[in-house]
Ligand binder design. Sequence first.
Ligand SMILES: Cc1cc2nc3c(=O)[nH]c(=O)nc-3n(C[C@H](O)[C@H](O)[C@H](O)COP(=O)(O)O)c2cc1C
Length: 334
Amino acid sequence: MTIKIGNIELKDNVFLAPMSGVSDAPFRKLVNNYGAGLVVSEMIASRAMILETRQSLAKLRKADNQEISVVQLAGCEPDVMAEAAKMNEDLGADIIDINFGCPVKKVINGDAGSALMRQVPLATKILEATVKAVNIPVTLKMRMGWDNSSLNAPEMARIAEDVGIQMLTVHGRTRCQMYKGNADWKFIKNVKEAVKLPVIANGDIVDFASAERAMAESGADGIMIGRGTYGKPWFVKQVIEHLKGNDFAAPSLAQQKEIILRHYEEMLELYGTTTGIRMARKHIGWYTAGLHSSSAFRNEFNRISDPQMAKTAISDFYELILNSGEQTILHQAA
Ligand SMILES: Cc1cc2nc3c(=O)[nH]c(=O)nc-3n(C[C@H](O)[C@H](O)[C@H](O)COP(=O)(O)O)c2cc1C
């Protein structure tokens, strides 16, 4: 099933989710190396964007193998969202994604993110202003609603379609659920049936079975994967191939060692040594989870503040496993 967003035709229908602190340029590049329908930037606050803060500019950096640049914006002021969208278009974004899903207090206290699910008139103005401001497609990512008594994603979807939004992604949870409970893929079908737009189902897709169920239960055109890619940047591609009836093998442990070392270097290049070392620790934790003696390794590793020592530690850890012949990779069982 081919998804078209405006004039942009996607090769595949499995996407990498926007994740603050995770889906930065190095990670998007890695996921893209294997293959993904789309990889979405971390959310950028629209006000920070128009002030061109260093952090917001770093977030929108396109991975160097990224053909389609999707920049996600959050905000609660229609004119500021419009201006930020225009700036991103001028800077080369191909698609603007609007965030109506973020449940974090810092974001929703400003009535942005998922708070907009219960502020329909303001949400409508934001969607309208953003669409009007740019010539590139604008998409929307939302939750099912604020809480169980206000599951208004289908209504929001119709509004979005009317004002010219070109694709919808639905995380199958309410704002009040935060990340608790299970994503409700069946509910997403109500959104799919409410509009003609492409709809993408999101939430709790962690293996092939959940990918298949999310597709079947939602009737969506595609799926978006977030946490399921932790430590497995190849997972999106594996799901793409699985849904086509093919197999795509995870890289060998020896290949993973090289991937991780390169990822580590790219994070240090993007963030600088001090911040890079800190930011990379979670990825190293995810990559090594389930490997022999990995918790002892992480305890040691997280104390290292010298990049060369850190790379040697990663290398030694993998070499030890490779040389011992113990190559069971527990966390990769799809
Ligand atoms: C660490 C983290 C950061 C996130 N940041 C964003 C974000 O910037 N924008 C957004 O729309 N959603 C964000 N999300 C939500 C994800 O895009 C996704 O909707 C959610 O994690 C459910 O999908 P999953 O179960 O596949 O992870 C974030 C989630 C996580 C775990």
